[in-house]
Design a protein around this ligand. Sequence first.
Ligand SMILES: Nc1nc2c(ncn2[C@@H]2O[C@H](COP(=O)(O)OP(=O)(O)OP(=O)(O)O)[C@@H](O)[C@H]2O)c(=O)[nH]1
Length: 226
Amino acid sequence: MPTGAIVAGGRSTRFGDADKSVAELAGVPMIRRVADRLAGADDPVPPGAARAGGGDPVVDDLVVNCRPDQREAIAEALDGYPLPVRWALDDEPDRGPLAGIRNACRAAPGEYAFVVACDVPFVDPSFAEALLADAADADADAAIPRLEDRWFQTTQAVYRADATAAACDRALARGDGKILAAVDELSVVRVEDATIRERTSEHTFTNVNTREEFEAAAARLAEHVS
Ligand SMILES: Nc1nc2c(ncn2[C@@H]2O[C@H](COP(=O)(O)OP(=O)(O)OP(=O)(O)O)[C@@H](O)[C@H]2O)c(=O)[nH]1
């Protein structure tokens, strides 16, 4: 299995005066929801509480990428997490998601890392498994989904950790902060729209940027509970 690599070093500016990674969505910090899904829990429970039943983990361990000042709150959110957690702290903040992916991949002990943003509370663990199989079967450096009407979903993708960290390093050294600048150097399985739709629903990519999107995600969770 890959390492789960959650990227959380953003400033959540569209979210307002709070770090969205630890914002409690129906009582559970958003990053914990993402982490719990990777650990196989269908129904994440508040930090510290016993884990709900569910499927098997789809990752061996977890790397959390964030700024040093976020660590304490995120560690609290992950209290009692059932898999080993490693920290990939940004030595320089605000270098963008590419630096986050680089730092997360550097810290990943597994050959592959499933990189995922902290703000996708409905991420589908079986989709992560399928992406790993895509990359491993093709002996590729990455498997990256691409919906028809959107660009590559680079923050919900599987990467070969060492090759990706090195490609990100080179892109950052060139002053090119675009994730695709690093991806261009990798051998990539492109997972296209039809395949994505066979495997999962678009909710796996639903991310929370604003308070309105946060409320919509809470409403969706409430519907599922009732
Ligand atoms: N390490 C690191 N991660 C980042 C950085 N910027 C964004 N990210 C992460 O990349 C992912 C996608 O970014 P956004 O959805 O734009 O999140 P954000 O930057 O916190 O939010 P906005 O400020 O509203 O754009 C999130 O998981 C962020 O935590 C950064 O400078 N460093």
